[in-house]
Structure formats: C-alpha cells, structure tokens
Design a protein around this ligand. Structure first.
Ligand code: PLP
Length: 395
C-alpha cells in the first residue's frame, strides 16, 4: 500500500506521453521508427519569435513578472484575439499561463467541487479526464458518431445535463478526431449550457488549424451576449498555432472574478510564465501571421495525403478531419483477427513489428481507433503509410 494522496492516486500518466517513452526506448535500442505519436508541430518556431526571446535575454528581462503575466502581454493577447477571432476581452479578464494545459488545469481547479459533473464529449483529449478526476470531479461522457465525422450535437449535450452538472468542456477542432463543431452548433451549445448556469470551457488551442472553414472562437459570441460571457472560459495556447510547444505559453479569457481565483492558484504554484517567453509571445501576437498560414497550408496537404493513404488500406475507415493535425481511423475490422483484441494491442504490434508510432484510441475513450498525428514530413508520412500497408496486408 502506498500512502500518496487520493487526488494523485486517481490519475494516470498521460498515455500520449507513455507512447513517447516506449518509442524512445526502442529508438535507443537502434529501432528505425516513423513517429506519428506526438501531438506537436514539426516546424521550427518562426524566426522573429525566437529573436524576440534572444533580445529579452540580452536586455536582462529575466526577473519575476506579475504572476498572471505582464500587462503588455495581456493587452497583446486581447488585441490579437479581437483581430483574429472577433472577441472583446480586456486585460482584467485575461491570465497568461505556462502552456494551454495550465490554463485548463487552473480553470477546472477553480470551478469544480468533489462530485461535480463535467460534460465531456467523446473522443476526448486525455488530460481533460484526468484533470477533472484530479479535482474530485466526475466526467459525464457524451458520445459522438463516427458516421457524422464525430460532430457534436446540442441534443446529445442536453441529454447529459443533470442537477450536478457544473462544467462542460468543448474542444473544437478536436484532439484526437480532428472534428470541427460548426460555429452555429457551438453557439447553440453555449446558449444551452450557460443558460442553465453551467460553466463552459472552450479549448480553442487548434482554432487556427482549420482546413474547410475560417478560425472561430466562442469569444465572438461572448462579445455580444452577456449571459454567455458570464459563464464562458476561452482556453488558448501558442503551442500549436505558432509551433511553440516547448516554450510553454497559454492563456485564459474569462470573467474577471474567475481570473482572480485562477491567479490565486497560480501565485502559489508556478508564479509567472517565463519572462523571456512572454517577450517571445509578444512578437508572435503582434507580428505577421504569414508563417501560421504557411504551416496551415502544409498541414492541409499532409491531411489529404494521409487520409487518402489510410483509406486505401482495406477495411480501414477514416473520416476526413476538418481541423487540428490528427487522423482518427477506425481499425475495428482488424481487432477480431489474429488474437489482437484491443486497439492498444494493435498499436503495440504496429510499433514493434512495423516501427510505426501511433496512439491507441483507448486513451481518448474509444475502442476501435488509433490517433495518427500528421504533423510530420511528407517523406515520413509516405514511409509510415507504406509500412502500415504492408503490416495490415500481412495481418
Ligand atoms: N488542449 C488540447 C486539446 C491539446 O491537444 C493540447 C496539447 O496537446 C493542449 C490543450 C495543451 O497544449 P499546451 O499545454 O502545449 O499549450
């Protein structure tokens, strides 16, 4: 028996990270892997952002800043969000965090009491579940249908509401499915949920990575609808948009009273996001968006290539993802063959026998899928698809 806290015993190491650990182990033994496991851009951070960090070091901008971020950066976040996504937030309604995950962690911690229910559409990004459970909350899962491209419906959300519902988490574009909820449906859900006095956290960290529509934020609705605004949290991140995963820079936009509670937590845990990174974020948000557009175009080509490749493998079904950089194929037909029972078994075999790293759908709440991140070079994608074709042909 260990004597660790109940809180921490309720959660597990992120399974997306567990895959990375296993792949690293095989790589260290000399394995040649094509890695579609990690959910991060393969592009370098744009040059003007890197140079701003270098300049910040040279100028000795290396001390503590206010725990919730500098005022200049909060202003830049609000101005960028207004320009790009038509929201209307002020610095008092903004907190700068150590990556988007930190914004989510602080939001959930500030909102949930033990036993409170959180509506979570399936498939879900694994950290949502564990963060909710860490705080003592309970997830109320809402299924989506593969046939509908995993799009969420307002009716399904409504069915999940109970007197104990305190929060809903909406993530569009979705990790892992790449599904994008249409703006009108997002607005309908926002009205439904906030109208019942339930908090809505919209995780929009992939909102600039959409291929069949324009970037959209519920912050736009909050700008004109006070009822929605008083119960809405917009969680954002620079990680994916600006290829800055390692820098750790995120933010939340929310009513100032909630921001105050999140700040309390932050002031006793991380304190401020790294001073130098705050300067880099200034450069990202006030600079040109050309590099973001260029990355998006590249991801779109990769998406089309990868989905066509997966669909060409017999018995693999793959809906077209409209955003983020993930494909989420159904491999159910292969699970009843050759003693391979679960998606995890299949992913382990794919890794060990074909050298292809993907993440089992079980990590995201479904049983017959895997997640493939196409934030990888075309060359690697072609090589990985070729390996998968051979692996499934010999199954
Ligand atoms: N939200 C979703 C849905 C994600 O997929 C991720 C990262 O993978 C994050 C939030 C957090 O990103 P970060 O903490 O790097 O900003």
């Amino acid at each position: 028996m260990n004597n660790f806290s109940d809180r921490v015993s309720r959660i597990r190491v992120s399974s997306t990270i567990a895959v990375t650990i296993e792949a690293d182990r095989l790589r260290a033994d000399g394995a040649d892997l094509t890695d579609f496991g990690a959910g991060e851009p393969d592009f370098p951070t744009p040059e003007h952002i890197k140079q701003a960090a270098v300049a910040a070091i040279a100028a000795n901008f290396t001390r503590y800043t206010p725990a919730g971020g500098t005022t200049e950066l909060k202003k830049a976040i609000c101005a960028w969000h207004t320009r790009e996504l038509e929201s209307a937030y002020s610095p008092a309604e903004t907190i700068v965090t150590v990556g988007g995950k930190h914004a989510i962690f602080n939001t959930v911690s500030a909102l949930l009491n033990s036993g409170d229910e959180t509506i979570l559409p399936v498939p879900y990004w694994v950290s949502f579940r564990d963060i909710v459970e860490y705080t003592g909350g309970v997830c109320a899962y809402v299924p989506t249908r593969e046939e509908d491209g995993y799009e969420l419906t307002t009716a399904a959300v409504e069915r999940a509401i109970t007197p104990k519902t305190r929060l809903m988490i909406l993530n569009s574009p979705n990790n892992p499915s790449g599904a994008v909820v249409r703006p009108e449906v997002m607005e309908e859900i926002a009205h439904l949920v906030t109208g019942r006095d339930i908090w809505l956290m919209t995780d929009e960290c992939y909102c600039h990575l959409v291929y069949d529509s324009k970037p959209f934020s519920l912050g736009k609705l909050a700008a004109s609808d006070p009822g929605v605004r008083r119960r809405l949290v917009v969680a954002g991140s620079l990680s994916k948009t600006f290829a800055m995963t390692g820098w750790r820079m995120g933010y939340a936009l929310a009513p100032k009273e909630l921001i105050g509670e999140m700040l309390k937590l932050q002031s006793h845990s991380t304190s401020n996001p790294t001073s130098i990174v705050q300067k880099a974020a200034m450069a990202a948000l006030t600079g040109s968006m050309d590099s973001v557009d260029a990355m998006r175009r590249e991801y779109q080509q990769r998406r089309d290539f990868v989905v066509a490749g997966l669909r060409s493998i017999p018995d693999i079904v793959c809906p077209m993802p409209s955003g983020a950089f993930y494909a989420y194929p159904n491999i159910g037909k292969y699970l009843r063959l050759n003693g391979t029972k679960t998606a995890s078994d299949l992913c382990t075999r794919l890794l060990r026998e074909a050298g292809v790293v993907v993440v089992s759908g079980e990590a995201f709440g479904t049983n017959e899928h895997f997640r493939l991140s196409y934030a990888a070079s075309m060359e690697d994608l072609a090589k990985g698809l070729d390996r998968m074709r051979k692996f499934f042909a010999a199954f």
